[in-house]
Design a protein around this ligand. Structure first.
Ligand SMILES: *Cc1c(COP(=O)(O)O)cnc(C)c1O
Length: 426
């Protein structure tokens, strides 16, 4: 072996995986087991006391999931990762390590609709208070900081309009406030943007989308950048203080630059319980092997579809950061030079009714609530994912009544354009 560092496509196929030591199986086996036999009583005790790494019970860790964790950590440039049952589970587990009841976190207002719900309603019952900021106005993040702020949460490429967030500028605000920056990198995937290179301390994903990539398995993951010092000022007791759950161990002191990933596993996943099925980990690993090929095709198709829509008489406007005259094009060139992703919105001159009519006439595009499938998808956010927001909040989050969202798949672009043509024209 040479000392070359492997490139992204090589890591996507190989990182974390080895031929199975007992059988020689080349694909990562699905370790479909709940529990693992201990070597002896001392081994069991050291696993439970966190003195040794190893498998105990699949709610806490599983060898198939471990390959997925190592692979995504390598692709994102983090120190360690933790796979969980869904993207939403990743968000709960991350924030449980950071917030105590009464604490606050600042979130960009342009987010996946499900995250807006989770932050506004579900987290309120835990006593975690979200404070909204505008990702197009960096000063709004600065103004939102208080002594109770414990984290900042943004999307790299933001739902639903595919806008690009200035990660470096917001990471400067986070650094100044002494809190970690969490970046949801679902819509970009590490093929397009690696947030840790731009100052993120924690990256989360819905693996359900582009990483799994085939619309068949839910999953989520948390990547620890290893960059944040959790010991400052007793602000993060889950990481810096002796933990009664583990004989008074201090996680940062013991685990250093992967303490956050360990906290998520042994305090979050172990006790909250949203474990990823090893079968789903296998499906998602298989998806990741082709991530670079798929992502490039997704982006190339999305650009072609966006250009077609921009020239169509029924279309009022297209929000795609890959178009040269788009508001986010400068940021796209900086952060996502290979392509601006495959999820974007456009608005129709005919308003709400035209949006509803379009989704019902499209045939190749599937009308459903997902993104990041090989198949092309369409949804009218105002009547579905964002319907619970009031009109002003809909518009602020990029989901006004005339807006349609596409997730462009990897079919032939000519077929996608023909489908839009018949649906817009008819
Ligand atoms: C889908 C999605 C989530 C939630 O993920 P699930 O796997 O559905 O729980 C979070 N963030 C973004 C950007 C998403 O697209």
């Amino acid at each position: 072996m040479s000392d070359r560092l492997p490139g992204f496509s090589t890591l996507a196929v190989h990182a974390g995986a080895q031929p199975d030591p007992t059988t020689g199986a080349r694909a990562t086996p699905i370790y479909q087991t709940t529990s693992f036999v201990f070597n002896d009583a001392d081994h069991a005790a050291s696993l439970f006391g966190l003195q040794a790494f190893g498998n105990i019970y699949t709610r806490i860790g599983n060898p198939t999931n471990a390959v997925l964790e190592e692979r995504v950590a390598a692709l994102e440039g983090g120190t360690a990762a933790l796979a969980v049952a869904s993207g939403h589970a990743a968000q709960v587990v991350v924030l449980q390590q950071l917030l105590q009841p009464g604490d606050e976190f600042i979130a960009a207002r342009k987010l996946y609709g499900g995250s807006i719900n989770q932050f506004t309603h579900a987290f309120k019952s835990f006593g975690w208070n979200v404070v909204w900021a505008d990702p197009d106005d960096i000063a709004s993040f600065e103004r939102a900081v208080t002594p109770r702020t414990k984290a900042i949460f943004i999307e790299s490429i933001a739902n639903p309009a595919g806008s690009i967030t200035d990660i470096e500028a917001i990471s400067t605000v986070a650094r100044k406030a002494g809190v970690p920056l969490i970046v949801d990198n679902t819509l970009a995937s590490p093929y397009l943007i690696r947030p840790i290179d731009h100052g993120a301390d924690i990256v989360v994903h819905s693996l359900t989308k582009f990483l799994g990539g085939h619309g068949n398995s839910l999953g989520g993951i948390i990547v620890d950048a290893g960059t944040f010092d959790w010991s400052t000022g007793g602000k993060y007791p889950m990481l810096s203080e002796p933990r009664p759950e583990y004989h008074g161990i201090r996680l940062q002191e013991t685990f250093g630059n992967f303490a956050f990933a360990i906290a998520c596993r042994v305090l979050g996943l172990r006790d909250l319980g949203p474990a990823l099925s090893p079968f789903n980990a296998f499906m998602i690993l298989t998806g990741i092997e082709t991530l670079p090929l798929r992502m490039q095709k997704h982006c190339d198709n999305a650009k072609a579809v966006a250009e077609y829509l921009a020239g169509h008489p029924a279309v009022a406007s297209v929000s795609y950061a890959g178009l040269p005259n788009d508001k986010y094009n400068q940021l796209a060139r900086k952060y996502a030079p290979r392509g601006a992703g495959a999820v974007f919105t456009f608005s129709l001159k005919g308003g709400y009714d035209a949006g509803v009519s379009l989704v019902s006439k499209l045939q190749l595009f599937s009308h459903l609530a997902n993104v990041g499938d090989t198949r092309s998808l369409v949804i009218h956010p105002a009547s579905t994912t964002h319907s619970q927001l009031d009109d002003a909040a809909k518009i602020k989050s990029g989901a006004g009544p005339d807006v349609v969202r596409l997730s462009v798949g990897i079919e032939d672009k000519e077929d996608l354009i023909a489908d839009l043509e018949q649906a817009l024209g008819a």
